[in-house]
Design a protein around this ligand. Structure first.
Ligand code: 6PG
Length: 257
């Protein structure tokens, strides 16, 4: 920790980078850390607030969390959110909520009222406003405070995006709203996403990055110059939280030894 100016503590904890041999090992390590953080949060404050990631990488972790359901993890005390969502109905094959429902939530006893999905079926701007309201209601906070997640899971695309913060989008620099909806030109699609202030107030950030197609961006994000518009994943750097990158050897191929 470094004290800056005497009135603000800036956590200079460097991100942890853990290289796992393959996607299966990555999934096991991610599940292990998920349970550890969850149990610690429940012990400390009776609830575990987590934001799940979309995409395909979390599927294997979700399967482990549901199949090897740790009796020591009380899922009734887990509050589930998402870091981002596609603007599609919940039963659409692209829905991040739908993937989590299929691979995890339908197999553990999280109460329905603890599942806080982004309503991708609504008008995007309306869905973003509603989600911010849901965050305020659940965390019982309002501006200028921020919702405090125990864990936010994130992925990273081959272009260095994370959540739905894509290169060149204004959402990367959003510093007031907690949730924004925007049209992502390269996808020809609308997305809803948590913004950097919320991501950076988390106690733990866990990036899961797997596959050779991520190697170039991962090296640029972790070892290159800070260029958040080009590599939005670089915007994630919690002031007081711990960031961990769980990456497999294929994704880590370009990292310096
Ligand atoms: C999404 C995600 C996105 C994802 C990355 C990596 O909605 O797609 O939130 O940020 O995590 O694109 O996706 P993969 O895990 O499929 O590589």
């Amino acid at each position: 920790m470094v004290v800056v100016g005497g009135d603000r503590v800036v956590n200079m904890t460097k991100p942890e980078i853990a290289v796992l041999s393959d996607p299966a090992a990555l999934a096991h390590e991610a599940a292990r850390r998920f349970v550890a953080i969850a149990r610690s949060a429940i012990a400390a404050r009776g609830q575990f607030y987590v934001a799940l990631s979309g995409g395909s990488t979390p599927r294997a972790m979700n399967a482990l969390l549901s199949s090897e359901a740790d009796p020591a993890l009380d899922w009734t005390r887990v509050q589930v959110f998402w870091g981002d969502e596609r603007c599609v109905p919940p039963d659409h094959p692209d829905s991040n909520y739908g993937m989590a429902r299929q691979t995890l939530l339908s197999k553990v006893d999280v109460p329905d009222q603890n599942v806080h999905r982004m309503h991708g079926e609504l008008d995007p701007a309306q869905a973003a406003l509603e989600y911010e309201t849901e965050l305020k209601r659940t965390f019982r906070v309002d501006h200028p405070q921020l919702p405090y997640f125990d864990l936010i899971l994130l992925g990273m695309g081959p272009d260095g995006h994370t959540a739905s913060l894509f290169p060149g989008t204004a959402a990367i620099h959003e510093h007031r709203r907690w949730v924004v909806a925007h049209h992502v030109e390269k996808l020809h699609a609308d997305r809803i996403t948590l913004t950097p202030p919320v991501l950076n107030s988390a106690a733990h950030i866990l990036f899961l990055v797997s596959g050779p197609e991520k190697a170039g961006a991962l090296q640029s994000v972790l070892e290159g110059a800070r260029q958040v518009d080009r590599y939005p994943a670089q915007i994630v750097l919690p002031v007081d939280g711990q960031t961990t990158w769980l990456v497999d050897q294929a994704a880590a191929a370009n990292l310096s030894p």
